[in-house]
Design a protein. Structure first.
Length: 292
């Protein structure tokens, strides 16, 4: 037993050294401990199926990254949707416009996102599900008939409950859940010359902190990638990285006019972790089959 523990300890040290040597920057790793499954995952060469879900910000990022997936043994299935994150129903305010939640987040939709996630997970059997939301959760919106936002505890509890629902659905067959932090946005200014409330750095941070707190509950199944730190260096909005435009002129979505260029810039920073967390899912799914 002592020999086994020694070998495992050495292996963990070697894996950490590999991570550092490959320059997988700190923003790509959640604080979860490296365990024996992660050791195996780091050395895996298995093909990974990655299901991307979330809102239109996720949709545009997925469009860019899908074109850069091959070097990372990834098959990315981009099922992110317009106008729908985690919150369902109610009224939503973006800038000065107020309208009902739409798409799979509509209160009156016959099929809402929980049902669609369940369908996609069953159909594609992904090894990792990447959930990228936040834009609609940081907006002013009604909840139980009252206007609220992500800084309010009651609404935070509701969004945490929605994360719990998503977790139960997407991990049913052993997949890992990877949460992307919401990237900062710059969609303009109101009539008083101040940024729109939806772009508030406080709201973005509150939502992102909620993701990290949720991941702590499931340290070997839920992971967080800090996309915000990558595309908003120093917590400041930037439309370009290394001279390449990565955000649309609306200051919210990722640029899709030159997807190969955006993929070349963001892919090496994002996709290695998708692959790594996907390999954890592969191993967990193999263990489920073996023990069933």
């Amino acid at each position: 037993m002592k020999r086994v523990r020694f070998i495992l300890s050495v292996t963990i040290v070697v894996v950490i050294a590999i991570l550092l040597a490959n320059n997988l920057d700190s923003y790509t790793f959640s604080p979860n401990k490296i365990d024996s499954i992660q050791v195996l995952a780091q050395n895996s060469k298995a093909k990974v199926t990655a299901l991307l879900v979330g809102d239109s910000v996720a949709l545009t990022l997925g469009y860019d990254l899908t074109l850069d997936q091959e070097p990372y043994n990834l098959t990315i299935i981009d099922k992110a949707q317009l106008g729908c994150g985690l919150a369902i129903g109610g009224l939503v305010q973006t800038q000065n416009i107020i309208y009902p939640a739409s798409g799979y987040c509509s209160a009156t939709a016959k099929v809402q996102w929980p049902q669609k996630y369940a369908q996609w997970v069953k159909r594609y059997n992904p090894n990792v599900v990447i959930l990228m939301a936040g834009r609609w959760e940081t907006a002013n919106r009604t909840y139980k008939g009252k206007w609220t936002n992500i800084t309010q505890n009651q609404f935070k509890k509701y969004i945490t409950g929605q994360l719990e629902l998503a977790f139960n659905i997407v991990t049913k067959y052993g997949a890992s859940l990877l949460l992307e932090t919401e990237p900062c946005s710059d969609s303009g200014y109101n009539s008083h010359g101040k940024p729109w409330s939806q772009d508030s750095s406080t709201r973005v941070q509150d939502y992102n902190n909620l993701l990290y707190n949720f991941a702590k509950k499931y340290p070997n199944q839920v992971y967080v990638q800090n996309l915000n730190a990558l595309v908003c260096p120093g917590s400041h909005y930037s439309s370009t990285i290394n001279g390449v435009r990565i955000r649309k002129l609306d200051g919210v979505h990722f640029a899709t006019s030159h997807p190969y260029a955006v993929g070349d810039v963001l892919g090496p920073k994002i996709l290695p972790y998708w692959e790594f967390v996907g390999h954890i899912g592969v191993i967990r799914q193999q263990l489920l089959v073996t023990t069933s």
